[in-house]
Structure formats: structure tokens, C-alpha cells
Design a protein around this ligand. Structure first.
Ligand code: GCU
Length: 592
């Protein structure tokens, strides 16, 4: 309890300093911006490691260089003479001393602003792990939670000619975060996607969502426009290549239109995209969208009315050189390698990857499973944790709604089937459906390892069931997988969302030698044999995982803080034996 005694000094005595910054959470602020003009604030920022959160405690951002008597005050910071760091990046790979750092780093940058006729200005932070407290020109603008979704801060009323932004970023793993403090991947820290300025008119298009109307025989399109700054008016939608020009009546800040059209359908072999323009008063938004339908019918997944088997692979968002701040070139390489492996599908585990992934997948023709990190043992009975998870889901769906490649929203991974978890995750699944009835919902679940069957109460609330199983690796008795297949009657499509085994790249031995490529190959061969005789409800596979990735839990001599279940080495230079087994199996499915 903080008592304000006569000698009380807020900067050193106020233990409850964090609460004030949690009173204004930045949530659900996504602006549809794929093709909008944005000015970069990325590049060299000043930074300091702030292990004790002195910036927030002593309010460095107010820049009080004098005391109450107007005398110079010996500040403990000097923003513009601090060391510099690259934004976007993960700090772990920028400085040796930051390699394993978890805590707060304070970033700051000054920038000039001149008005170009716009009425409103926003700053977009593409992603920042995990808690980001935002200050602009000494004003507290709010706090964002969640390490992998974008947030937009309106700075219209605080901008001057010369400006300073201060971001206090804390990546400490916490029990009540999403994900919690225990995961199977490395906890990178930092502002790991771009920071940009957007100039907008007084009334602008906050969100624009467009898709084929489900079950309309691919002949109707629905578009929704959400306006910020006006309640009524008329928006105009143009898809010139389809000869579409239609008005959208805006009432209460929102307008919906459904119109006839017969677009060439987007699919993995023909990823057709259409240029779209939406105009509302002084705002013009461009988009580039593919039209396709994804649905389930009994045990099958249908893409544009045709049954499809998802030939997938899981991937984290990581590269050896850039960590979580993966580049566009690295994404394109991953998709090219996945296509080489005869994949038509990728599971972007276990958190929202950069929006560039879905934008590139739209162009290259890869179907995507996107996921929020409700991973393992979340604090399911903690309301602020639910609001954090739901906000990450809202921000992900708002961000990627127009991406044809995204077919599945996953609400989590490998959670125990408790009552609290069922409420928490079924609500997330319902929220996803309510926001987007054009896609499938899923979650990666665990089989009941007493009854050897798919028996997870969450399955009722998702369209497609993901099953993670490691028969042949964590569970040596491989015959149990066939028991699971035989004992289960899911009545909906099932994707084996994880299976695999570890292999140290180039380590050879017998099929029984742990951590050899030969053992990994043997597990994959047994899995593939099971799939060849698998149940009719098996509609897809995404082996764990594309390439080895950093993981603090993995200390074995053949792991050295890497999870070695990759089919490729961490830098993707070496393809393990199992890669070729999957490639060959998928090739055999291509014709089907
Ligand atoms: C789990 C989990 C992964 C993890 C993998 C493993 O299924 O979903 O995140 O890396 O197993 O144990 O390697």
C-alpha cells in the first residue's frame, strides 16, 4: 500500500506505478492499410535498457529537466545521446548483452512533422513484444498488450513541428499474458515490425472487408465499410476488372453492400487477385484481393466447391539472421521451399505472423492457418487475460480479413480440456465466427491419451479439428495412432496439425538412434503409412516443423537450445531425410 508521507518520492516509493499505464489500453485499433501510403519511422532509434522501469516510475517521458524551483535537475537519462538500435528488429540479435535479455527497453526517436493538408495523423506500430507503453511529446497515449499484432495510435492533437515518440517495451513472460510464461519457443523482445505514420482525412475508412458470399455459387460479393469520423454518407466501390462500380450507403458509420459478380476464383494454382478502390468523401483506399470460398461439408474441406487435402507444414516466424523480425525475402524463400515440397498449406504457428506473410501467400498461392498464442496453460479464469486474447484475435482478423490465402483462424494450441479453458476458447471461436463467417475456425488439440480418441469438448465449437500427436517420438508405441483413428468419430474434418521427431542436421545412425535423421525419417515413414490408410475425416497434415527453431527448453547435446524437429536446418541450407519423405508423399497426393 503506498502511503504519501511527507518525504514520499513517487519515482522511488510508488510501488503501484504500473496501474496508471494499464488504465488506457490500446485495443482494436486496426486500420485497413495494405495499400495505403505510409511514411516510415523505422530505422535508427535511441534506446536504453531499463531493467527497473525507471522511465515509467520517474516519468522520463515528461522530460522534466528542471525542479519545481526552475533549477536544472540531474536526470538519469539522455534520450538523444543513448546508444542506437535498428527498428524493426529483435533486440536479442542487436547487442551481445541483450541476447537473453527479458525486461523493458525504452526506445525513442525524434521526427519532424509538417501538415500536408490532412486532418488526422496516426502512428502504426506493426508489432512490439509484449507490452508497449506509448508516449508522444510527453503525453501518455496508451498501452498495447500482445506481441504480434498491429496497433494504431492517433496523434493528431499532440503533433508539433518537432516531435518525440517514446516506447517502453517490456517482453517479460508473465503468467497472465497470452502466451503465458511457459512456451516452446524463444521469447524475442522489441519492436519487430515497422513503425509508420499515416495521414488521413477527418472521415476515413477504418476497415474495409470484402469476400464472396458463402454458398452463393461464387456469384455474389459482400463488402463492408466502417467509417471513422462520420456517421452517414455514401462510399463508392470500384472493381474495374469486374466492371463493378457500386455505392455503399453509410449509416451509423457502417455500410454493407452485396452485389452480383463472377470473379475468376483464387486458388493455389491460380492465385488471381483483383485491384479494388473504395472512396468515401476525401479518403480513397486501395486493396488487392482474391475471391475464393472455403467451407466444410461433412468430413471434407472444400475450396471453391472442390474437396481439398491440405498438404501442409508448420512454421514459426523466425530466421537465424533476424529472429522474429523476418524479412520479406525470407518469407518468399520459405513459401518457395514449401511449394518445392509440394505443399499447398502452411500453419503459421503459434502467434500472428507479419501481415507480409498473408500478402505474399495471396500472390504465391499458399493456404494459411493463422493462430493466436493461447498456448498450453493460459490463465483461463482471469478476465484481463481473456480480453487480451480476444483483442489479439480481433486485431489479427481485422488485419488479414481481405487475404484470400488465410482460410483458418486458430484460437490456440494444446490446452488441457478444463471447464475454464472451454469457456475461454469457445468464446474465442464464437468471436472469430461472428467477425468472419467466410472462414473456418480451428484449434490444435490433444487426443485423450487414456481412451486413445479425439475427445476434446472444444471440438464442438470449431469447424475443423487440429490434432497434435507425436506417436513414434514422445509416444514410442506407434500402434496407438491407429487406435486413435479407429476410436474417433469427429463428424468434421481433422487436420493432423503436428507430428514429427527431432533430428540433429546431418547426424546419421540407425532408425532407432535418437536425434538422428534416420530416426526422424523412420517416424515420418510410419506416420505416412498411417495416413495412407487413414480415416476419411483426415483432411490435412502440417508436420512439426519446417525448420529447426530456437527454444530455451531444449538443452540436449544435439539440441543446444534449438528444437530440432525441423525438416530443414535452422538456416534452411540442409534438407533432412524426412523432408524428402514428405515431399514424395505430398507429390503422390497432388494428382488426387
Ligand atoms: C507441441 C507444441 C509445439 C512444440 C512441439 C514439440 O506440440 O505445440 O509448440 O514445439 O510440441 O514438442 O516440439
Amino acid at each position: 500500500m503506498d502511503t504519501k508521507t511527507g518525504n514520499f518520492q513517487e519515482g522511488i516509493h510508488f510501488a503501484g506505478f504500473e496501474a496508471q499505464y494499464r488504465e488506457k489500453l490500446i485495443m482494436d485499433t486496426v486500420i485497413t492499410d495494405y495499400k495505403r501510403v505510409k511514411e516510415s519511422l523505422s530505422g535508427s532509434w535511441n534506446y536504453a535498457v531499463d531493467q527497473y522501469d525507471t522511465c515509467l516510475r520517474a516519468k522520463w517521458y515528461e522530460e522534466n529537466y528542471e525542479n519545481d524551483a526552475g533549477m536544472p535537475y540531474p536526470m538519469d537519462f539522455s534520450f538523444d545521446t543513448w546508444d542506437t538500435i535498428k527498428v524493426p528488429s529483435v533486440w536479442n540479435l542487436q547487442e551481445e548483452m541483450l541476447k537473453l535479455y527479458e525486461g523493458t527497453i525504452v526506445y525513442t526517436k525524434t521526427f519532424k512533422y509538417t501538415n500536408h493538408g490532412e486532418s488526422r495523423v496516426f502512428i502504426k506500430i506493426g508489432a512490439s513484444n509484449y507490452q508497449t507503453v506509448v508516449f508522444v511529446n510527453k503525453q501518455f497515449m496508451g498501452t498495447h498488450l500482445g506481441g504480434d499484432t498491429p496497433f494504431f495510435v492517433e496523434v493528431t492533437d499532440v503533433l508539433e513541428k518537432d516531435n518525440r515518440i517514446v516506447l517502453a517495451v517490456n517482453n517479460t513472460r508473465r503468467r497472465t499474458n497470452v502466451p503465458c510464461e511457459n512456451t516452446d519457443w524463444f521469447n524475442y523482445g522489441g519492436i519487430h515490425r515497422d513503425v509508420e505514420i499515416m495521414r488521413l482525412p477527418k472521415a476515413f475508412i477504418q476497415n474495409f472487408k470484402i469476400a464472396l458470399v458463402p454458398n452463393s455459387d461464387f456469384k455474389k460479393i459482400k463488402a463492408a465499410v466502417y467509417i471513422n469520423g462520420a456517421t452517414n454518407g455514401t462510399a463508392k466501390l470500384h472493381i474495374s476488372e469486374l466492371g463493378v462500380s457500386t455505392d455503399i450507403k453509410i449509416e451509423g458509420g457502417k455500410g454493407i453492400v452485396i452485389f452480383d459478380a463472377a470473379p475468376m476464383l483464387w486458388d493455389v494454382d491460380n492465385p488471381k487477385l483483383y485491384d479494388i478502390e473504395v472512396i468515401f468523401e476525401d479518403d480513397m483506399l486501395k486493396e488487392r484481393v482474391g475471391f475464393r470460398e472455403i467451407k466444410t461439408e461433412g468430413e471434407n474441406i472444400l475450396l471453391n466447391g472442390n474437396k481439398i487435402f491440405l498438404r501442409g507444414i508448420c512454421t514459426h516466424e523466425e530466421s537465424v539472421e533476424n529472429g522474429r523480425a523476418i524479412t520479406e525475402a525470407e518469407i518468399r524463400q520459405n513459401f518457395m521451399l514449401a511449394k518445392e515440397m509440394n505443399c499447398n498449406f502452411m500453419r503459421l504457428a503459434h502467434y500472428p505472423h507479419t501481415e507480409k506473410a498473408a500478402q505474399i501467400a495471396d500472390e504465391t498461392g499458399i493456404l494459411l492457418w493463422e493462430e493466436i498464442p493461447v498456448y498450453w496453460a493460459i490463465e483461463f479464469n482471469h478476465e484481463p487475460t481473456y480480453r487480451d486474447a480476444e483483442n489479439q484475435l480481433i486485431e489479427l482478423i481485422s488485419r488479414d480479413y481481405n487475404r484470400a490465402s488465410v482460410i483458418i483462424w486458430s484460437v490456440g494450441n494444446e490446452n488441457a480440456d478444463t471447464d475454464d479453458r472451454l469457456v475461454f476458447m469457445s468464446n474465442l471461436a464464437k468471436k472469430a465466427k461472428a467477425m468472419d463467417d467466410t472462414r473456418l475456425t480451428s484449434a490444435a488439440c490433444l487426443v485423450d491419451h487414456f481412451e486413445y480418441k479425439i475427445k476434446d469438448r472444444l471440438c464442438e465449437f470449431v469447424d475443423v479439428i487440429g490434432i497434435n500427436e507425436y506417436y513414434g517420438w514422445y509416444v514410442p508405441d506407434f500402434s496407438k495412432l491407429m487406435r486413435v483413428f479407429k476410436n474417433s468419430d469427429p463428424q468434421k474434418p481433422v487436420i493432423i496439425s503436428e507430428f514429427g521427431a527431432c533430428a540433429m542436421p546431418k547426424l546419421r545412425g540407425t532408425k532407432d538412434d535418437m536425434f538422428t535423421e534416420d530416426k526422424q525419417l523412420h517416424v515420418f515413414e510410419q506416420q505416412i503409412d498411417a495416413f495412407k490408410n487413414g480415416p476419411s475425416y483426415l483432411s490435412g497434415l502440417s508436420p512439426w516443423i519446417f525448420y529447426d527453431f530456437r527454444c530455451p527448453r531444449r538443452t540436449h547435446m544435439h539440441q543446444k537450445y534449438y528444437n530440432r524437429k525441423g525438416l530443414l536446418s535452422p538456416d534452411k541450407s540442409h534438407k533432412k531425410l524426412a523432408y524428402y519423405a514428405m515431399k514424395e508423399y505430398y507429390a503422390s497426393l497432388v494428382s488426387k
